[in-house]
Write a new protein. Structure first.
Length: 57
């Protein structure tokens, strides 16, 4: 079985693509978390104070 060998340029480009993919994944995850917590915050702020106190104990 033959294995392809990468030269130094290919290895560098491959490593750069991995780093970029990881950074993109982190950005997407951060954006999803931000959107989720903004939604939670908006919901909590929409609850009238008297009801919020009763729900909270």
């Amino acid at each position: 079985m033959m294995y392809s060998r990468m030269n130094a340029d290919d290895v560098g480009e491959y490593a750069d693509r991995i780093v970029e993919a990881r950074e993109q994944h982190r950005r997407e995850r951060r954006a999803r978390r931000h959107a989720f917590w903004n939604g939670v915050s908006a919901f909590l702020l929409s609850i009238p104070a008297g009801i919020g106190i009763r729900l909270g104990g």
